[in-house]
Design a binder for this molecule. Structure first.
Ligand code: HEC
Ligand SMILES: [Cu+2]
Length: 367
């Protein structure tokens, strides 16, 4: 809306309201500065010592003029107060539960930890979809910080011992700043991060990748399958051996299965896909209860392919006895961080002295 170079771009629904107020106050300030300045200049010139201007009938008090000035000024000030207060109240209306994106924020010297409802964690970074309200619930682990998102025109204190909240709706795709706006210690100025406002499609993709933008290589299908296997709880029933709940999937690929109706189909891809999507059509011998959920409307074709890839990898040699399912390891890959089980650069960065700066530099390099 405004292209004033001193202002950061406007990237949230509240920016125009905030800017209108800001520029009105600025305009009023400039206007009165000019009026008062002009009057001062006029009078000091006109009535300077030694000037011949007439000093006849000088008064030092005029109630009418005073009242006529004070009342409108008071009105103006109260008007600005009412306007600001309305903005403030409107911007602090937290969307109903379940509406929009919820993010949980921990501020600490000197970084921002963020976690999404689905468990994705981020450090000094926030990925959000455009056009949907975002609510941040924030708390500090040490001193008082302040979450400041200049392009969103949003700021609120982050204090120890209680939750504060901030809400805004990003309106423009892009990369914006996340700053700490409360002097919080020596590296306060490095408590910086980025807000990535993404299109719905990019955001979905990002979520799909487990939120790990730094991943060097995408997950293999097997890895993705394993992740799904865990997420969907397949392992609650399918373990490393046949049990009362379900037959094992270890080693079944390309073998002939004995079914309840006496048929012996080969467990190829087609069979596996069918068993996952419509498990009760023909059941494995010994399992007559329809306990396995039908995933027909729950999994995408891509996910089914990933699950099949994972199932294929489950050979006895690849299986750890006693474990629910084969533990899948890749050299140099930590299984501890994040839902993807991959180390991410943010975590690495946070081990060094200034998490903010390291990560910021890394983010810049990747661009
Ligand atoms: C509540 C328990 C349960 C869950 C959860 C479950 N299954 Fe099953 N699954 C079964 C049972 C019981 C059978 C055998 C009877 C049948 O085919 O319905 C089976 C059969 C299968 C088969 C065919 C195995 C064979 O004997 O040839 C495959 C493949 C399979 N499940 C994959 C999966 C996948 C993948 C998931 C997760 C997305 C999953 N299952 C979740 C209980 C479960
Ligand atoms: Cu801070």
């Amino acid at each position: 809306m405004y292209k004033f170079p001193l202002m950061p771009v406007s990237a949230s629904e509240r920016a125009p309201y905030y800017d209108a107020l800001f520029f009105t106050i600025t305009a009023l300030t400039v206007f009165f500065t000019l009026v008062v300045g002009a009057l001062i200049l006029t009078f000091v010139t006109r009535y300077r010592a030694g000037s011949k201007a007439s000093r006849k009938g000088a008064t030092d008090h005029n109630s009418i003029v005073e009242i006529a000035t004070i009342i409108p000024m008071l009105g103006l000030a109260l008007g600005i107060f009412a306007w600001s207060a309305t903005n403030f109240v409107n911007f602090r209306k937290i969307p109903e539960k379940g509406k929009g994106t919820e993010v949980f924020v921990i501020g600490k010297q000197w970084m921002w930890h963020l976690q999404h409802l689905n468990g994705i964690r981020e450090n000094n970074e926030l990925h959000i979809p455009v056009g949907r309200p975002v609510t941040m619930t924030m708390i500090s682990q040490d001193v008082i910080h302040a979450m400041y998102l200049p392009e969103m025109r949003a700021q609120y204190h982050v204090v120890p011992g209680r939750y504060t909240r901030i809400t805004f709706t990003p309106t423009k795709v892009g990369r914006y700043r996340m700053l700490c706006n409360m002097l919080c210690g020596t590296q306060h100025s490095e408590m910086v991060g980025q807000v990535y406002v993404m299109s719905e499609k990019d955001y979905a993709e990002w979520l799909n990748k487990g939120g790990n933008r730094y991943k060097e290589t995408p997950m293999t299908m097997q890895e993705a399958g394993r992740q799904l296997f865990e997420q969907k709880g397949c392992g609650n029933c399918h373990t490393d051996r046949d049990n009362q709940r379900a037959p094992t999937l270890v080693g079944i690929y390309n073998t002939n299965r004995l079914m309840d109706d006496g048929s012996t189909p080969k467990a190829d891809e087609e069979y596996l896909r069918d068993s996952i999507l419509n498990p009760w059509r023909v059941q494995t011998k010994g399992y007559t209860d329809k306990t396995m959920p039908a995933y027909k409307n729950e999994l995408t074709e891509e996910q089914v392919l990933q699950l099949i890839a994972y199932t294929k990898s489950l050979t006895p040699g690849n299986n750890v006895p006693g474990q629910p399912m084969a533990a899948y390891e890749r050299p140099g890959v930590s299984t501890e961080s994040g839902p993807t089980g991959r180390t991410n650069a943010a975590d690495e960065a946070n081990k060094s002295v200034s998490a903010g700066s390291t990560q910021f530099n890394q983010a810049e390099m990747k661009r």
